[in-house]
Every structure is written in C-alpha cells, then in structure tokens.
Write a protein that binds this ligand. Structure first.
Ligand SMILES: Nc1ncnc2c1ncn2[C@@H]1O[C@H](COP(=O)(O)OP(=O)(O)OP(=O)(O)O)[C@@H](O)[C@H]1O
Ligand SMILES: [Mg+2]
Length: 256
C-alpha cells in the first residue's frame, strides 16, 4: 500500500462554535481516488475547506506529506497549497477572460520566472490534457457545461498539483458528459499520478472511479464508513448500503 499524502487526525469540521462533523480520521494515499459522500448538508464541502487550506479545522490536524498543515504560518501554508488543485462546487471560470488567460493567471502568480510564451504554451498543454486543445482563445460563455468543467479542471491542473480536489464535478452535467468526466479523472490519476479527492453522490461515478470511500453522516455528525466500495457494500451500516444500492430493485431513492 502506497504512503499517505493527506491525513485527517481527530478532525472536527465546522464554523466557529458550530461543529458539523467531529472525530474524522482517514488517510488519502498517493495516486488514489478518494470519494467523500453523504447526504446534502452533512459537511462534505466544509471538510474540503479544511483539507484545502481555506479554513482551519475546529480541532484535530491535517497532515500533508507528513507535515501538520495548519501549524505552518500563512506564507508556508500558501507554498504548500501550490500542490493542491481545486475544482469548487460552484467554481466558475473568470468570464471576462479567455481560457488561456484563465489558466495563465495562477501560473503567472506562482511561477513568476516564466515568460509569456512559456505561460501560453503551458496553458495550451493543460487544455490538451482535458480534451480542449485549440480552445485557448475561447471565452467560457462560448463553451458547453461539460466543456466549462473541463476548462476549470485545466486551470486546477495549472501548477501540476499532487492532490486534486473536486466538489461535485458532475452536478448539472448529462450522464454522457459525466461519464466522460469520470474517464478524464481516471486518466489524470494514471498520467499525473496525482491523488484525487472527489465529493460526489453520483453512484455511477462512485462505482467507476473510487478506490476508497468516506461516508459522512449528518445525524451522527461523524464518519460511519471508510473503505473500498466493495467492502462498504459487504459490511457498512445499513444507511451506507442503502445509499450505495439506491436505484436497485426494491431500494428507495431517499438519499437523492
Ligand atoms: N459559512 C458558513 N457558516 C456557517 N455554516 C455554514 C457555512 N457554510 C455552510 N454551513 C453549514 O454547514 C453545513 C454543511 O454544509 P456543507 O456545504 O459542508 O454541506 P455539503 O455536505 O457540502 O452539502 P451539499 O451536498 O448540499 O453540497 C450546512 O448545515 C450549512 O448550512
Ligand atoms: Mg457541498
């Protein structure tokens, strides 16, 4: 089993005095696809904020590559954050900029030594990685929803992240586009060797890509299952099994 890149230790997630999830313990290994699931409002996006470095957890630690992320000062945290690529739940591209400019902006900020021609070349390369070769000069409004997701993904890839975070990337996509996105996620993991943290409740995605799943429960306010999908199907609490089997004959779709 390969080593952990990101670890949560006794982590409490929330805002100020409001604890949304507590006692979270899990390790995300290098090169794995780690899926965070659970009903709406259980705290998935909040947990991501703590992992990504947007907001300190209420308790516990986040270890990135063995280092206590939140024990660093702001500057060294920002340096570590370069290794994260993020596709936010409502993440939008900058509408007044072309795709090339959207990707060059984070690149120019973190790689000031690069010349403009090199930045443009890198932007073109990232667009190629997500199947948008040649779309450099298009504006977001000129793209379909699925293409826009892929463009946002290209931007998240700008700094060659070690960990890529996706918050419900297939929301609003038709089944074919979300299937294409799943394939792209698998491809990126294989070609870049990056770890991928994916928040989703789309069963086809979970079954297609997940190596490890974490289930956050809104009532218990903590994780109630952690492991490979098959293991969860075999031995997780009923609630998790119902979530994973919804849509099968005889199962309700309450989790939707
Ligand atoms: N900035 C905030 N301040 C206080 N509470 C918040 C804030 N943002 C979210 N919450 C609350 O935290 C809880 C968890 O929200 P979160 O967005 O993490 O859920 P989620 O699991 O991502 O849901 P969804 O599947 O709908 O995206 C919700 O009850 C929400 O109202
Ligand atoms: Mg969310």
């Amino acid at each position: 089993m390969s080593e952990a890149i990101l670890v949560a230790e006794d982590l409490s997630a929330g805002y100020g005095k409001l604890v949304i999830q507590r006692d979270l313990n899990f390790a995300i290994r290098r090169g794995e696809i780690f899926v965070i699931m659970g009903g709406s409002g259980c705290g998935k996006s909040t947990l991501l904020r703590h992992l990504i470095g947007l907001q300190a957890p209420l308790a516990g630690r986040v270890l990135f590559d063995g280092e206590d992320f939140w024990a660093h000062d702001e500057d060294s945290r920002a340096a570590l954050q370069q290794h994260f690529g993020v596709l936010y739940q409502n993440g939008a591209l900058w509408g007044a900029m072309t795709l090339r400019e959207n990707i060059c902006l984070p690149l120019a900020a973190y790689r000031p030594m690069l010349r403009e021609a090199e930045l443009n070349e890198l932007a073109a390369l990232k667009l190629g990685l997500v199947g948008l070769a040649g779309c450099d000069e298009l504006y977001p409004s000129q793209l379909s929803g699925g293409m826009r997701k892929r463009a946002a993904l290209a931007r998240a890839l700008a700094l060659d992240p070690q960990v890529l975070f996706f918050d419900e990337p297939s929301a609003g996509l038709d089944p074919i586009s979300s299937l294409a996105l799943d394939e792209l996620i698998l491809q990126l993991r294989d070609s870049l060797g990056a770890s991928i943290v994916l928040v989703t409740h789309e069963l086809p995605s979970i079954h297609a890509v997940a190596d490890t799943c974490l289930f956050l429960d809104a009532e218990a306010r903590t994780q109630i299952a952690l492991g490979p999908v098959q293991q969860l199907l075999d031995e997780a609490p009923d609630k998790v099994q119902r979530f994973l089997r919804r849509g099968e004959r005889g199962q309700t779709t309450e989790a939707e």
